[in-house]
Design a protein around this ligand. Structure first.
Ligand SMILES: [Zn+2]
Length: 154
């Protein structure tokens, strides 16, 4: 669901962070393969697997950090803190996931064909999530109405 990522800057002149997976050394100490001791500890980042559905069917997709935050409305760090806090925290996380299930969003997917054991498989990654409301909802309903009209004419 998420992984402990290195917070160090990728390069001194860059604002981008390293984001490599940190290895837990125990006793609150973390190690990055590039930056060594990660003294600030990890930033948890999402790698979520979700099932999306529309009128054509359902598919499994992957969501990374920004899209995970857009869907769940909270950071992977906050989720991790709740989960490791106590039983009530873990229940709160479960409630959040239940609450966010079966919600409608407008998503943009990146689709890549991959070969797995000589079989073509489609790998779907969510690259943008927008709430289905306001002008977006109006526009999407127009697309849907046009599709229904076309279906009725056929
Ligand atoms: Zn690093």
């Amino acid at each position: 669901m998420s992984y402990p990522a290195c917070r160090a800057k990728k390069e001194l002149t860059s604002d981008k962070t390293c984001m490599k997976k940190l290895v837990d050394q125990g006793g609150g100490s973390w190690q990055c393969e590039v930056h060594g001791d990660a003294v600030d500890g990890p930033e948890y980042r999402y790698i979520l697997s979700a099932r999306l559905g529309d009128h054509t069917g359902t598919s499994y997709v992957t969501l990374f950090n920004a899209e995970g935050i857009a869907v769940l409305g909270t950071s992977a760090d906050a989720i991790q803190a709740l989960k490791s806090a106590n039983e009530a925290g873990a229940e709160e996380v479960e409630e959040l996931f239940n609450e966010k299930s079966f919600t409608e969003q407008l998503v943009t997917l990146k689709v890549r064909k991959e070969q797995v054991k000589n079989e073509d498989k489609l790998k779907l990654t969510v690259i943008k999530v927008r709430p289905l409301e306001g002008e977006t909802l109006v526009r999407e309903n127009k697309v849907l109405l046009a599709a229904i009209k076309e279906y009725m004419m056929a």
